[in-house]
Design a protein around this ligand. Structure first.
Ligand SMILES: CC(=O)SCCNC(=O)CCNC(=O)[C@H](O)C(C)(C)COP(=O)(O)OP(=O)(O)OC[C@H]1O[C@@H](n2cnc3c(N)ncnc32)[C@H](O)[C@@H]1OP(=O)(O)O
Ligand SMILES: CC(=O)C(=O)O
Length: 523
Protein backbone atom coordinates (compact mmCIF):
# COMPACT_ATOMS: atom_id res chain seq x y z
CA UNK A 1 0.00 0.00 0.00
CA UNK A 2 1.16 3.55 -0.69
CA UNK A 3 0.36 4.57 2.90
CA UNK A 4 1.90 2.78 5.87
CA UNK A 5 -0.62 2.39 8.70
CA UNK A 6 1.64 1.57 11.61
CA UNK A 7 -0.19 0.41 14.72
CA UNK A 8 1.51 0.61 18.11
CA UNK A 9 -1.37 -0.49 20.37
CA UNK A 10 0.76 -3.34 21.71
CA UNK A 11 3.77 -1.11 22.46
CA UNK A 12 2.78 2.50 23.12
CA UNK A 13 -0.85 1.48 23.82
CA UNK A 14 0.45 -0.78 26.59
CA UNK A 15 2.11 2.28 28.18
CA UNK A 16 -1.35 3.58 29.17
CA UNK A 17 -2.06 3.53 32.88
CA UNK A 18 -4.38 0.59 33.64
CA UNK A 19 -3.47 -1.63 30.68
CA UNK A 20 -1.51 -4.83 31.20
CA UNK A 21 -1.74 -7.23 28.28
CA UNK A 22 -1.01 -10.90 28.81
CA UNK A 23 0.77 -12.71 25.96
CA UNK A 24 -2.56 -14.29 24.97
CA UNK A 25 -4.14 -10.80 24.95
CA UNK A 26 -1.35 -9.55 22.71
CA UNK A 27 -1.88 -12.36 20.23
CA UNK A 28 -5.63 -11.65 20.18
CA UNK A 29 -5.05 -7.90 19.69
CA UNK A 30 -2.65 -8.58 16.81
CA UNK A 31 -5.24 -10.77 15.06
CA UNK A 32 -7.91 -8.07 15.32
CA UNK A 33 -5.57 -5.34 14.09
CA UNK A 34 -4.59 -7.51 11.15
CA UNK A 35 -8.24 -8.11 10.36
CA UNK A 36 -8.77 -4.33 10.44
CA UNK A 37 -6.12 -4.03 7.74
CA UNK A 38 -3.22 -2.17 9.34
CA UNK A 39 0.09 -2.69 7.57
CA UNK A 40 2.40 -2.86 10.62
CA UNK A 41 1.86 -4.15 14.14
CA UNK A 42 4.45 -3.04 16.66
CA UNK A 43 4.26 -5.93 19.09
CA UNK A 44 6.45 -4.68 21.96
CA UNK A 45 10.03 -4.43 23.12
CA UNK A 46 11.72 -7.83 23.08
CA UNK A 47 14.48 -8.11 25.65
CA UNK A 48 12.97 -5.38 27.82
CA UNK A 49 10.01 -7.39 29.11
CA UNK A 50 9.72 -11.19 29.26
CA UNK A 51 6.10 -11.04 28.04
CA UNK A 52 7.17 -9.15 24.91
CA UNK A 53 9.99 -11.59 24.22
CA UNK A 54 7.51 -14.47 24.57
CA UNK A 55 4.98 -12.70 22.35
CA UNK A 56 7.42 -12.60 19.42
CA UNK A 57 8.39 -16.27 19.99
CA UNK A 58 4.76 -17.43 20.04
CA UNK A 59 3.77 -15.13 17.16
CA UNK A 60 6.01 -17.18 14.85
CA UNK A 61 3.77 -20.21 15.15
CA UNK A 62 0.48 -18.79 16.44
CA UNK A 63 -0.08 -15.74 14.23
CA UNK A 64 -0.98 -15.91 10.59
CA UNK A 65 -1.20 -12.34 9.44
CA UNK A 66 -2.94 -11.48 6.17
CA UNK A 67 -2.41 -7.73 5.98
CA UNK A 68 0.21 -6.77 8.53
CA UNK A 69 3.85 -7.49 9.29
CA UNK A 70 5.16 -7.63 12.83
CA UNK A 71 7.55 -5.00 14.13
CA UNK A 72 9.91 -5.35 17.08
CA UNK A 73 10.57 -2.10 18.95
CA UNK A 74 13.76 -1.15 20.81
CA UNK A 75 16.39 1.57 21.15
CA UNK A 76 19.58 2.42 19.33
CA UNK A 77 22.70 0.80 20.78
CA UNK A 78 23.93 2.04 24.13
CA UNK A 79 26.42 4.91 24.13
CA UNK A 80 29.95 3.51 24.13
CA UNK A 81 28.83 -0.08 23.39
CA UNK A 82 29.66 -1.69 20.01
CA UNK A 83 26.40 -2.51 18.27
CA UNK A 84 27.20 -6.23 17.87
CA UNK A 85 27.79 -6.48 21.62
CA UNK A 86 24.62 -4.71 22.71
CA UNK A 87 22.23 -7.33 24.16
CA UNK A 88 19.16 -5.11 23.55
CA UNK A 89 19.97 -4.83 19.86
CA UNK A 90 20.58 -8.60 19.70
CA UNK A 91 17.15 -9.16 21.31
CA UNK A 92 15.62 -7.18 18.44
CA UNK A 93 17.20 -9.54 15.92
CA UNK A 94 16.21 -12.58 17.98
CA UNK A 95 12.57 -11.50 17.69
CA UNK A 96 12.85 -12.50 14.00
CA UNK A 97 10.46 -9.83 12.70
CA UNK A 98 10.83 -8.46 9.17
CA UNK A 99 10.75 -4.89 10.53
CA UNK A 100 12.51 -3.32 13.51
CA UNK A 101 11.71 0.15 14.81
CA UNK A 102 14.33 1.79 17.01
CA UNK A 103 13.83 4.91 19.08
CA UNK A 104 16.64 7.46 18.75
CA UNK A 105 17.26 10.73 20.51
CA UNK A 106 16.88 13.68 18.13
CA UNK A 107 16.84 16.60 20.56
CA UNK A 108 20.39 17.59 21.48
CA UNK A 109 19.27 18.46 25.02
CA UNK A 110 18.13 14.86 25.53
CA UNK A 111 21.36 13.56 24.02
CA UNK A 112 23.47 15.57 26.41
CA UNK A 113 21.31 15.45 29.56
CA UNK A 114 19.41 12.13 29.38
CA UNK A 115 21.87 9.97 27.42
CA UNK A 116 24.83 11.87 28.91
CA UNK A 117 26.77 11.58 25.65
CA UNK A 118 27.79 13.77 22.72
CA UNK A 119 25.87 14.69 19.62
CA UNK A 120 28.39 12.81 17.48
CA UNK A 121 28.17 9.61 19.54
CA UNK A 122 24.36 9.73 19.28
CA UNK A 123 24.63 10.01 15.48
CA UNK A 124 27.02 7.03 15.54
CA UNK A 125 24.49 5.08 17.65
CA UNK A 126 21.81 5.74 15.03
CA UNK A 127 24.14 4.92 12.11
CA UNK A 128 25.56 1.72 13.63
CA UNK A 129 22.19 0.38 14.74
CA UNK A 130 20.44 0.98 11.42
CA UNK A 131 23.35 -0.49 9.42
CA UNK A 132 23.48 -3.54 11.71
CA UNK A 133 19.74 -4.17 11.37
CA UNK A 134 19.83 -3.76 7.58
CA UNK A 135 22.92 -5.99 7.31
CA UNK A 136 20.92 -8.63 9.16
CA UNK A 137 18.08 -8.43 6.64
CA UNK A 138 15.70 -6.19 8.58
CA UNK A 139 13.68 -3.24 7.33
CA UNK A 140 14.70 -0.46 9.74
CA UNK A 141 12.42 2.35 10.93
CA UNK A 142 13.76 5.07 13.24
CA UNK A 143 11.46 6.82 15.75
CA UNK A 144 13.01 10.22 16.43
CA UNK A 145 12.03 11.05 19.99
CA UNK A 146 11.19 14.69 20.86
CA UNK A 147 11.57 15.52 17.19
CA UNK A 148 9.53 18.72 17.03
CA UNK A 149 10.85 20.18 20.30
CA UNK A 150 14.39 19.31 19.22
CA UNK A 151 13.91 20.79 15.75
CA UNK A 152 12.66 24.05 17.24
CA UNK A 153 15.61 24.24 19.67
CA UNK A 154 18.43 23.14 17.33
CA UNK A 155 17.16 22.44 13.80
CA UNK A 156 20.60 21.61 12.47
CA UNK A 157 21.20 18.80 14.97
CA UNK A 158 17.71 17.26 14.62
CA UNK A 159 18.04 17.40 10.82
CA UNK A 160 21.41 15.62 11.07
CA UNK A 161 19.74 12.70 12.90
CA UNK A 162 17.23 12.35 10.03
CA UNK A 163 19.96 12.44 7.37
CA UNK A 164 22.15 9.98 9.29
CA UNK A 165 19.31 7.46 9.60
CA UNK A 166 18.34 7.68 5.93
CA UNK A 167 21.97 7.46 4.73
CA UNK A 168 22.48 4.39 6.93
CA UNK A 169 19.56 2.65 5.20
CA UNK A 170 16.48 3.43 7.29
CA UNK A 171 13.28 2.91 5.29
CA UNK A 172 11.38 5.57 7.25
CA UNK A 173 12.34 8.22 9.81
CA UNK A 174 9.46 8.98 12.11
CA UNK A 175 9.00 12.44 13.60
CA UNK A 176 7.67 11.90 17.10
CA UNK A 177 5.79 14.51 19.09
CA UNK A 178 6.85 12.70 22.24
CA UNK A 179 5.63 15.29 24.74
CA UNK A 180 2.49 15.78 22.66
CA UNK A 181 2.63 19.56 22.79
CA UNK A 182 2.14 20.38 19.11
CA UNK A 183 -0.77 21.91 17.22
CA UNK A 184 -1.57 21.08 13.57
CA UNK A 185 -0.17 24.34 12.17
CA UNK A 186 3.15 23.72 13.98
CA UNK A 187 3.38 20.23 12.52
CA UNK A 188 2.75 21.45 8.98
CA UNK A 189 5.31 24.25 9.24
CA UNK A 190 7.97 21.98 10.77
CA UNK A 191 7.57 19.29 8.10
CA UNK A 192 8.01 21.78 5.26
CA UNK A 193 11.17 23.12 6.96
CA UNK A 194 12.55 19.60 7.61
CA UNK A 195 12.12 18.60 3.98
CA UNK A 196 13.80 21.78 2.83
CA UNK A 197 16.68 21.55 5.32
CA UNK A 198 17.44 17.81 4.96
CA UNK A 199 16.52 17.22 1.32
CA UNK A 200 14.77 14.05 2.54
CA UNK A 201 11.40 13.80 0.75
CA UNK A 202 8.29 13.84 2.94
CA UNK A 203 7.27 10.38 1.83
CA UNK A 204 10.34 8.92 3.59
CA UNK A 205 9.18 10.54 6.82
CA UNK A 206 6.62 9.27 9.32
CA UNK A 207 4.57 10.80 12.11
CA UNK A 208 3.87 9.69 15.69
CA UNK A 209 1.78 12.04 17.84
CA UNK A 210 1.02 11.85 21.54
CA UNK A 211 -2.28 13.42 22.54
CA UNK A 212 -1.32 15.92 25.25
CA UNK A 213 -2.98 18.85 23.45
CA UNK A 214 -5.91 16.66 22.39
CA UNK A 215 -4.66 17.21 18.82
CA UNK A 216 -2.99 13.85 18.08
CA UNK A 217 -5.45 12.86 15.35
CA UNK A 218 -5.47 16.38 13.84
CA UNK A 219 -1.66 16.53 13.98
CA UNK A 220 -1.39 13.16 12.24
CA UNK A 221 -3.82 14.24 9.52
CA UNK A 222 -1.87 17.50 9.10
CA UNK A 223 1.36 15.53 8.66
CA UNK A 224 -0.22 13.33 6.00
CA UNK A 225 -1.55 16.42 4.23
CA UNK A 226 2.04 17.74 4.30
CA UNK A 227 3.17 14.63 2.37
CA UNK A 228 4.02 12.05 5.04
CA UNK A 229 2.94 8.52 4.08
CA UNK A 230 3.72 6.62 7.29
CA UNK A 231 1.65 7.30 10.40
CA UNK A 232 1.63 5.65 13.80
CA UNK A 233 -1.56 5.21 15.83
CA UNK A 234 -3.07 3.14 18.59
CA UNK A 235 -6.51 1.58 18.81
CA UNK A 236 -8.91 3.85 20.72
CA UNK A 237 -5.98 6.24 21.27
CA UNK A 238 -4.51 4.15 24.11
CA UNK A 239 -1.02 5.23 25.10
CA UNK A 240 1.27 6.96 27.54
CA UNK A 241 -0.44 9.83 29.49
CA UNK A 242 -3.53 11.06 27.52
CA UNK A 243 -2.61 8.62 24.77
CA UNK A 244 -1.85 8.62 21.06
CA UNK A 245 -3.61 9.34 17.80
CA UNK A 246 -6.67 7.10 17.70
CA UNK A 247 -6.32 4.59 14.88
CA UNK A 248 -10.03 4.54 14.07
CA UNK A 249 -10.52 8.31 13.88
CA UNK A 250 -7.25 8.77 11.96
CA UNK A 251 -7.91 6.22 9.24
CA UNK A 252 -11.57 7.26 8.98
CA UNK A 253 -10.56 10.90 8.50
CA UNK A 254 -7.91 10.04 5.94
CA UNK A 255 -10.08 7.65 4.01
CA UNK A 256 -13.48 9.36 4.24
CA UNK A 257 -12.51 13.05 4.30
CA UNK A 258 -9.35 13.09 2.20
CA UNK A 259 -10.17 10.10 0.00
CA UNK A 260 -6.82 8.41 0.69
CA UNK A 261 -6.80 4.61 0.33
CA UNK A 262 -5.07 3.82 3.63
CA UNK A 263 -6.78 0.49 4.40
CA UNK A 264 -7.51 -2.46 2.12
CA UNK A 265 -11.03 -2.48 0.65
CA UNK A 266 -13.75 -3.65 3.00
CA UNK A 267 -11.80 -3.01 6.23
CA UNK A 268 -13.10 0.36 7.40
CA UNK A 269 -16.56 -1.01 8.11
CA UNK A 270 -15.03 -3.29 10.75
CA UNK A 271 -13.93 -0.24 12.79
CA UNK A 272 -16.74 -0.21 15.37
CA UNK A 273 -16.59 -3.94 16.06
CA UNK A 274 -12.78 -4.06 16.26
CA UNK A 275 -12.66 -0.97 18.50
CA UNK A 276 -15.02 -2.48 21.05
CA UNK A 277 -13.34 -5.91 20.91
CA UNK A 278 -9.98 -4.23 21.62
CA UNK A 279 -11.50 -2.27 24.52
CA UNK A 280 -12.76 -5.56 25.93
CA UNK A 281 -9.29 -7.13 25.75
CA UNK A 282 -7.70 -4.03 27.30
CA UNK A 283 -10.35 -4.26 30.05
CA UNK A 284 -11.25 -0.62 29.56
CA UNK A 285 -14.88 0.49 29.29
CA UNK A 286 -15.47 1.59 25.69
CA UNK A 287 -15.67 5.36 25.30
CA UNK A 288 -19.29 5.86 24.29
CA UNK A 289 -18.47 9.27 22.85
CA UNK A 290 -15.44 8.23 20.78
CA UNK A 291 -15.58 9.74 17.29
CA UNK A 292 -16.82 7.41 14.53
CA UNK A 293 -16.93 4.19 16.62
CA UNK A 294 -18.52 5.17 19.96
CA UNK A 295 -22.07 4.01 20.72
CA UNK A 296 -23.10 7.69 20.90
CA UNK A 297 -21.11 8.81 17.84
CA UNK A 298 -24.32 8.92 15.80
CA UNK A 299 -26.90 9.21 18.63
CA UNK A 300 -29.25 12.18 18.27
CA UNK A 301 -31.11 13.72 21.15
CA UNK A 302 -32.28 17.11 19.91
CA UNK A 303 -35.75 17.30 18.39
CA UNK A 304 -34.58 19.60 15.61
CA UNK A 305 -31.96 17.06 14.52
CA UNK A 306 -34.59 14.31 14.37
CA UNK A 307 -36.96 16.40 12.28
CA UNK A 308 -34.26 16.88 9.61
CA UNK A 309 -33.02 13.27 9.92
CA UNK A 310 -36.57 12.16 9.12
CA UNK A 311 -36.10 13.79 5.72
CA UNK A 312 -32.53 12.54 5.19
CA UNK A 313 -30.20 11.06 7.85
CA UNK A 314 -27.17 12.68 6.21
CA UNK A 315 -28.55 16.14 7.01
CA UNK A 316 -27.33 15.66 10.58
CA UNK A 317 -24.59 13.01 10.23
CA UNK A 318 -21.16 13.89 8.87
CA UNK A 319 -20.90 10.43 7.29
CA UNK A 320 -23.15 7.40 6.90
CA UNK A 321 -22.52 5.49 10.19
CA UNK A 322 -22.54 2.20 8.27
CA UNK A 323 -19.23 3.05 6.57
CA UNK A 324 -17.48 2.52 9.92
CA UNK A 325 -19.86 -0.26 11.00
CA UNK A 326 -21.77 1.97 13.41
CA UNK A 327 -25.50 2.74 13.69
CA UNK A 328 -27.52 5.88 14.08
CA UNK A 329 -29.79 6.03 17.13
CA UNK A 330 -32.49 8.44 18.16
CA UNK A 331 -32.66 9.24 21.87
CA UNK A 332 -35.98 10.08 23.42
CA UNK A 333 -35.78 12.63 26.23
CA UNK A 334 -37.32 15.95 27.21
CA UNK A 335 -35.51 17.38 24.16
CA UNK A 336 -37.59 15.23 21.80
CA UNK A 337 -40.02 16.63 19.29
CA UNK A 338 -42.68 14.70 17.38
CA UNK A 339 -40.09 13.68 14.78
CA UNK A 340 -37.89 12.11 17.50
CA UNK A 341 -40.87 10.13 18.80
CA UNK A 342 -41.79 8.99 15.29
CA UNK A 343 -38.23 7.89 14.42
CA UNK A 344 -37.63 6.16 17.77
CA UNK A 345 -40.96 4.34 17.50
CA UNK A 346 -40.04 3.24 13.98
CA UNK A 347 -36.72 1.93 15.37
CA UNK A 348 -38.83 -0.11 17.83
CA UNK A 349 -41.12 -1.41 15.07
CA UNK A 350 -44.10 0.91 15.62
CA UNK A 351 -45.23 3.10 12.72
CA UNK A 352 -46.75 6.32 14.02
CA UNK A 353 -46.69 8.13 10.67
CA UNK A 354 -50.48 8.09 10.40
CA UNK A 355 -51.10 8.93 14.08
CA UNK A 356 -50.45 12.64 14.57
CA UNK A 357 -52.52 12.79 17.79
CA UNK A 358 -50.58 9.93 19.38
CA UNK A 359 -47.33 11.61 18.37
CA UNK A 360 -48.36 14.83 20.07
CA UNK A 361 -49.62 13.06 23.20
CA UNK A 362 -46.53 10.90 23.58
CA UNK A 363 -44.26 13.92 23.04
CA UNK A 364 -46.10 15.86 25.73
CA UNK A 365 -46.13 12.94 28.14
CA UNK A 366 -42.40 12.31 27.70
CA UNK A 367 -41.65 15.98 28.41
CA UNK A 368 -43.94 16.01 31.49
CA UNK A 369 -42.56 12.74 32.86
CA UNK A 370 -38.94 13.78 32.31
CA UNK A 371 -39.65 17.05 34.12
CA UNK A 372 -40.65 14.85 37.06
CA UNK A 373 -37.43 12.85 37.02
CA UNK A 374 -38.16 10.10 34.48
CA UNK A 375 -35.54 9.28 31.88
CA UNK A 376 -36.40 7.29 28.78
CA UNK A 377 -33.01 7.69 27.10
CA UNK A 378 -31.78 4.32 28.37
CA UNK A 379 -35.20 2.72 28.93
CA UNK A 380 -36.50 1.78 25.50
CA UNK A 381 -38.87 -0.85 26.91
CA UNK A 382 -40.72 1.64 29.14
CA UNK A 383 -40.90 4.06 26.23
CA UNK A 384 -42.33 1.36 23.97
CA UNK A 385 -44.98 0.49 26.57
CA UNK A 386 -45.87 4.18 26.82
CA UNK A 387 -46.29 4.43 23.03
CA UNK A 388 -48.26 1.19 22.78
CA UNK A 389 -50.49 2.29 25.66
CA UNK A 390 -51.25 5.64 23.99
CA UNK A 391 -51.77 4.02 20.61
CA UNK A 392 -54.22 1.44 21.94
CA UNK A 393 -56.09 3.98 24.08
CA UNK A 394 -58.17 2.15 26.69
CA UNK A 395 -57.83 -1.21 24.95
CA UNK A 396 -54.21 -1.88 25.94
CA UNK A 397 -54.26 -5.08 28.02
CA UNK A 398 -51.54 -5.63 30.53
CA UNK A 399 -50.73 -9.26 31.48
CA UNK A 400 -51.74 -8.51 35.08
CA UNK A 401 -53.19 -5.66 37.14
CA UNK A 402 -52.16 -4.70 40.61
CA UNK A 403 -54.59 -4.69 43.48
CA UNK A 404 -51.95 -4.06 46.15
CA UNK A 405 -48.56 -5.06 47.44
CA UNK A 406 -46.96 -5.02 50.87
CA UNK A 407 -43.31 -5.41 51.78
CA UNK A 408 -41.73 -5.78 55.18
CA UNK A 409 -38.11 -5.79 56.13
CA UNK A 410 -37.13 -7.60 59.33
CA UNK A 411 -33.82 -7.13 61.11
CA UNK A 412 -33.50 -10.20 63.33
CA UNK A 413 -31.68 -10.64 66.63
CA UNK A 414 -28.95 -12.71 64.92
CA UNK A 415 -28.16 -9.75 62.61
CA UNK A 416 -29.79 -11.22 59.49
CA UNK A 417 -32.12 -9.02 57.45
CA UNK A 418 -35.00 -10.69 55.62
CA UNK A 419 -37.55 -9.09 53.31
CA UNK A 420 -41.00 -10.52 52.70
CA UNK A 421 -43.50 -9.34 50.09
CA UNK A 422 -47.14 -10.13 49.42
CA UNK A 423 -48.70 -9.16 46.10
CA UNK A 424 -52.35 -9.19 45.15
CA UNK A 425 -52.93 -9.09 41.39
CA UNK A 426 -55.66 -9.90 38.89
CA UNK A 427 -54.74 -12.18 36.01
CA UNK A 428 -57.15 -13.28 33.29
CA UNK A 429 -60.12 -12.47 35.52
CA UNK A 430 -58.74 -14.32 38.57
CA UNK A 431 -57.48 -12.85 41.82
CA UNK A 432 -54.02 -14.11 42.77
CA UNK A 433 -52.32 -13.64 46.13
CA UNK A 434 -48.69 -14.67 46.55
CA UNK A 435 -46.03 -14.23 49.22
CA UNK A 436 -42.26 -14.69 48.97
CA UNK A 437 -39.07 -13.87 50.78
CA UNK A 438 -36.05 -12.18 49.23
CA UNK A 439 -32.67 -10.77 50.09
CA UNK A 440 -34.08 -7.24 49.72
CA UNK A 441 -37.51 -5.66 49.22
CA UNK A 442 -37.26 -5.54 45.42
CA UNK A 443 -36.07 -9.13 45.21
CA UNK A 444 -38.96 -10.19 47.49
CA UNK A 445 -41.49 -8.36 45.28
CA UNK A 446 -40.01 -9.96 42.18
CA UNK A 447 -40.17 -13.42 43.77
CA UNK A 448 -43.75 -12.90 44.93
CA UNK A 449 -44.87 -11.74 41.47
CA UNK A 450 -43.21 -14.75 39.85
CA UNK A 451 -44.74 -17.10 42.46
CA UNK A 452 -48.20 -15.80 41.58
CA UNK A 453 -47.81 -15.42 37.82
CA UNK A 454 -45.66 -18.33 36.62
CA UNK A 455 -48.65 -20.70 36.41
CA UNK A 456 -50.15 -18.29 33.83
CA UNK A 457 -46.88 -17.29 32.15
CA UNK A 458 -44.34 -20.16 32.32
CA UNK A 459 -41.82 -18.09 30.29
CA UNK A 460 -41.24 -15.99 33.44
CA UNK A 461 -38.85 -18.74 34.58
CA UNK A 462 -36.39 -17.51 31.93
CA UNK A 463 -36.52 -13.85 33.00
CA UNK A 464 -33.54 -12.60 34.92
CA UNK A 465 -32.91 -9.16 36.39
CA UNK A 466 -29.37 -8.49 35.22
CA UNK A 467 -28.82 -4.94 36.43
CA UNK A 468 -30.43 -2.58 38.92
CA UNK A 469 -29.35 1.07 38.97
CA UNK A 470 -30.64 3.57 41.50
CA UNK A 471 -30.17 7.31 41.18
CA UNK A 472 -31.30 9.78 43.76
CA UNK A 473 -32.48 12.99 42.11
CA UNK A 474 -32.51 16.36 43.83
CA UNK A 475 -30.27 14.89 46.52
CA UNK A 476 -30.27 18.15 48.49
CA UNK A 477 -33.72 17.25 49.75
CA UNK A 478 -32.27 14.31 51.66
CA UNK A 479 -34.83 11.57 52.21
CA UNK A 480 -37.49 13.54 50.32
CA UNK A 481 -35.50 13.17 47.14
CA UNK A 482 -36.96 11.44 44.10
CA UNK A 483 -35.58 8.01 43.27
CA UNK A 484 -35.11 6.80 39.72
CA UNK A 485 -34.61 3.08 39.17
CA UNK A 486 -33.40 1.53 35.92
CA UNK A 487 -33.87 -2.23 35.60
CA UNK A 488 -32.21 -4.36 32.97
CA UNK A 489 -33.91 -7.69 32.32
CA UNK A 490 -33.04 -10.53 29.98
CA UNK A 491 -34.54 -13.83 28.89
CA UNK A 492 -31.45 -15.38 27.31
CA UNK A 493 -32.34 -14.06 23.86
CA UNK A 494 -32.77 -10.32 24.40
CA UNK A 495 -32.28 -7.67 27.06
CA UNK A 496 -34.54 -4.74 27.82
CA UNK A 497 -34.44 -1.77 30.18
CA UNK A 498 -37.29 -0.19 32.10
CA UNK A 499 -37.55 2.83 34.37
CA UNK A 500 -39.52 3.72 37.48
CA UNK A 501 -39.61 7.00 39.38
CA UNK A 502 -41.10 7.79 42.79
CA UNK A 503 -40.32 9.45 46.09
CA UNK A 504 -40.34 5.95 47.57
CA UNK A 505 -37.54 3.68 46.39
CA UNK A 506 -39.69 0.54 46.68
CA UNK A 507 -42.46 2.05 44.58
CA UNK A 508 -39.95 3.29 41.98
CA UNK A 509 -38.54 -0.24 41.80
CA UNK A 510 -42.04 -1.74 41.59
CA UNK A 511 -42.95 0.49 38.63
CA UNK A 512 -39.78 -0.53 36.78
CA UNK A 513 -40.38 -4.19 37.70
CA UNK A 514 -43.97 -4.20 36.46
CA UNK A 515 -42.85 -2.62 33.16
CA UNK A 516 -40.04 -5.20 32.90
CA UNK A 517 -42.45 -8.14 33.23
CA UNK A 518 -45.13 -6.49 31.08
CA UNK A 519 -42.67 -5.82 28.28
CA UNK A 520 -41.16 -9.31 28.46
CA UNK A 521 -44.58 -10.98 28.41
CA UNK A 522 -45.98 -8.88 25.56
CA UNK A 523 -46.68 -10.89 22.42
C1 LIG B 1 9.01 7.74 24.02
C2 LIG B 1 8.77 6.30 24.32
O1 LIG B 1 7.73 5.99 24.80
S1 LIG B 1 9.94 5.16 23.95
C3 LIG B 1 9.40 3.67 24.69
C4 LIG B 1 9.72 3.61 26.12
N1 LIG B 1 9.31 2.35 26.64
C5 LIG B 1 9.80 1.84 27.76
O2 LIG B 1 10.66 2.44 28.40
C6 LIG B 1 9.25 0.54 28.24
C7 LIG B 1 10.29 -0.56 28.39
N2 LIG B 1 11.46 -0.13 29.13
C8 LIG B 1 12.13 -0.98 29.97
O3 LIG B 1 11.74 -2.11 30.22
C9 LIG B 1 13.42 -0.47 30.55
O4 LIG B 1 13.40 0.94 30.66
C10 LIG B 1 14.64 -0.93 29.66
C11 LIG B 1 14.79 -2.45 29.76
C12 LIG B 1 14.48 -0.53 28.22
C13 LIG B 1 15.94 -0.28 30.17
O5 LIG B 1 16.04 -0.54 31.53
P1 LIG B 1 17.39 -0.17 32.33
O6 LIG B 1 18.53 -0.78 31.62
O7 LIG B 1 17.14 -0.53 33.74
O8 LIG B 1 17.57 1.41 32.11
P2 LIG B 1 16.61 2.63 32.53
O9 LIG B 1 15.22 2.34 32.13
O10 LIG B 1 16.84 3.02 33.96
O11 LIG B 1 17.24 3.79 31.62
C14 LIG B 1 17.19 3.75 30.23
C15 LIG B 1 18.59 3.62 29.65
O12 LIG B 1 18.49 3.63 28.22
C16 LIG B 1 19.24 4.74 27.69
N3 LIG B 1 18.54 5.22 26.55
C17 LIG B 1 17.40 5.95 26.51
N4 LIG B 1 17.08 6.19 25.25
C18 LIG B 1 17.99 5.59 24.47
C19 LIG B 1 18.21 5.52 23.07
N5 LIG B 1 17.35 6.09 22.24
N6 LIG B 1 19.26 4.81 22.62
C20 LIG B 1 20.10 4.21 23.49
N7 LIG B 1 19.96 4.26 24.81
C21 LIG B 1 18.93 4.95 25.30
C22 LIG B 1 19.31 5.73 28.84
O13 LIG B 1 20.40 6.58 28.70
C23 LIG B 1 19.49 4.79 30.02
O14 LIG B 1 20.82 4.34 30.00
P3 LIG B 1 21.65 4.05 31.37
O15 LIG B 1 20.95 2.87 32.00
O16 LIG B 1 22.99 3.73 30.87
O17 LIG B 1 21.53 5.28 32.18
C1 LIG C 1 8.56 6.68 20.25
C2 LIG C 1 7.48 7.26 21.03
O1 LIG C 1 6.60 6.56 21.49
C3 LIG C 1 7.46 8.69 21.23
O2 LIG C 1 8.45 9.36 20.93
O3 LIG C 1 6.44 9.19 21.74
Amino acid sequence: MEYQVFDTTLRDGGQREGISYSVADKLAVAKLLDEFGVGFIEGGWPGAMPKDTEFFQRARTELELKNAVLVAFGATRKAGTPVDQDPQVQALLDAETPVVCVVAKSDIRHVERALRTTGDENLAMVRDTVKHLVANGRRAFVDCEHFFDGFRYDPEYTASVVKTAIEAGAERVIMCDTNGGMLPSMITKAIHEVVERTGVPADLLGIHCQNDTSCAVANTVAAVEAGVKHFQCTANGYGERPGNADLFATVSNLQLKLGLPVLPDGCLEKATRVSSALAEIANIAPDTHQAYVGAAAFAHKAGLHASAIKVDPLLYNHVDPAVVGNDMRILVTEMAGRASIELKSRELGIDLAGHPDTLSTVTRRVKDLEAGGWSFEAADASFELLVRGELAGGSFTRPFDLESYRVQVEHREDGSVVSEATVKVRVRGERVIATAEGNGPVNALDEALRAGLTQYYPQLKNFELSDFKVRILEGSHGTNAITRVLLETGDGERDWTTVGVHENIVEASWVALVDALTYGLAE
